[in-house]
Write a protein that binds this ligand. Structure first.
Ligand code: XUL
Ligand code: CO
Length: 436
């Protein structure tokens, strides 16, 4: 039985194609910067938006038409959804997917029953993975929807909420291992606060760090070799999220001795909510050797919340790919579409249009970035811009030989600095436009 009878297999047809259900730029076998595009991009579909998103908003209920879904929180409905999801992944031609425990499997009346439900779903996920070759990029636990987490999970003032979250993450790591997941994600959820009047921030941060250490110890104990990923987000649901941006996360990880075990999963719309560009956040993580994976989406300049739209802007994808190519790829991370179709795009076919657009935008970005790097237009400029540090006084500064005394002596003799050169920002923007 087919759940998407109108779609066969989405294929690459090239830039001239006008077939809306074909790729114009994403040819999985094409080699770009020494890698097949499918291995460079490692696309993943997220379960939560794509199979659980209803289109509901604060002003009205869901709009999505999903004929396979009976709307119930039953195990049977969840099992059916797994088959739908794998038909979608396969027809779209992605190699990976991601999920939260609660997206795939309903919560029961006790933790025991909840875990039992998850086991049934995981068995079905595994069967589908084996029959299709589609793999799990990462697993995670939903520690934010259930009201028990109203004050947070690892940072809750209620120790029982911490304990429940620990049990939930223990199980989520176990099933991620069982499914061969290549990463495990920690997004803060409600780990943050609304008001310091009622908050012991120091204690909450200490608890979060203990939680991460326990997760890491347990993962090691059971032989989980995947990468742990931290996902920064500055606000939503709380006003002050502890994982504000990459810099705040790196600081937290360093303070609590967690840098060896965790890298970053960076999401575009979270970067922009933090007042950064995705380009900045990715590069900041890369230079710390902490760029693990990305959640590809985009926000809306006119709206100040996490709209999670599909990325179609070629400048954005080019910038992401410049950083990804600089680090030689993302593996074992990937490009996960943490994005949802608009409330008005309610038909199943819209899920295909959305992902095809995102995949094509990244494939184009990859080709443009590879050419920019091949021609060295940015790297040569940047190298030259800092060339005063390659010899003479600059080399002394970089090698640690200089001191305030030697630098003062040098400047007293020289009198004033060698004249500055233009940063040529507009010229470089024009150069990028020659490639896009
Ligand atoms: C929330 C968000 C999450 C994480 C996984 O904004 O991005 O879905 O990606 O918990
Ligand atoms: Co995300």
């Amino acid at each position: 039985m087919s759940f998407f009878p109108d779609v066969l297999e989405v294929k690459y047809e090239g830039p001239e194609s006008r077939n809306p259900l074909a790729f114009k730029h994403y040819n999985p076998e094409e080699v770009v910067a020494g890698k097949k595009l499918k291995d460079l991009l490692r696309f993943s579909v997220c379960y939560w938006h794509t199979f659980r998103g209803t289109g509901g908003d604060p002003f009205g209920p869901g709009t999505m038409v999903r004929p396979w879904d009976d709307g119930s929180e039953s195990v049977d409905n969840a099992l059916k959804r797994v088959d739908v999801a794998f038909e979608f992944f396969q027809k779209l031609g992605v190699d990976y997917y991601c999920f939260h425990d609660r997206d795939v499997s309903p919560e029961g009346s006790s933790l025991r029953e909840t875990n039992h439900n998850l086991d049934k779903i995981v068995a079905r996920l595994k069967e589908n993975q084996e029959s299709t070759g589609i793999k799990l990029l990462w697993g995670t636990a939903n520690l934010f929807s259930n009201p028990r987490y109203m004050h947070g999970a690892a940072t809750s003032c209620n120790a029982d909420a911490f304990a429940f979250a620990a049990a939930q993450v223990k199980k989520a790591i176990e099933v991620t291992l069982e499914l061969g997941g290549e990463n495990y994600v920690f997004w803060g959820g409600r780990e943050g606060y609304q008001n310091l009047y009622n908050t012991d921030m120091k204690r909450e941060l200490d608890h979060l760090a203990s939680f991460m250490h326990m997760a890491n110890d347990y993962a090691k104990n059971i032989g989980f070799k995947g990468q742990f990923l931290f996902e920064p987000k500055p606000k939503e649901p709380t006003k002050h999220q502890y994982d504000f941006d990459v810099a705040a996360c790196v600081n937290f990880l360093r303070q609590y001795g967690l840098t060896d075990m965790v890298k970053m999963n960076i999401e575009t719309n979270h970067a922009t909510l933090a007042g950064h560009s995705m380009y900045h956040e990715m590069e900041y993580a890369r230079i710390q050797d902490m760029l693990g994976s990305i959640d590809a989406n985009t926000g809306d300049l006119l709206l100040g919340w996490d709209t999670d739209q599909f990325p179609t802007d070629i400048y954005l994808t080019t910038q992401c790919m410049l950083v990804i190519l600089d680090q030689g790829g993302l593996a074992p991370g990937g490009i996960n579409f943490d994005a949802k179709v608009r409330r008005e795009s309610f038909e199943p076919i819209d899920l295909f249009h959305a992902h095809i657009g995102g995949m094509d935008a990244f494939a184009r970005g990859a080709k443009i970035a590879a050419k920019i790097r091949e021609d060295g237009v940015l790297t040569d400029f940047v190298k030259d811009r800092y060339s005063s540090y390659d010899s003479g006084i600059g080399a002394e500064i970089e090698s640690g030989k200089a001191s305030f005394e030697t630098l003062e002596k040098y400047m007293l003799e020289k009198g004033d600095i060698t004249p500055n050169k233009s940063g040529r920002q507009e010229y470089l923007e024009n150069v990028i436009n020659m490639y896009v």
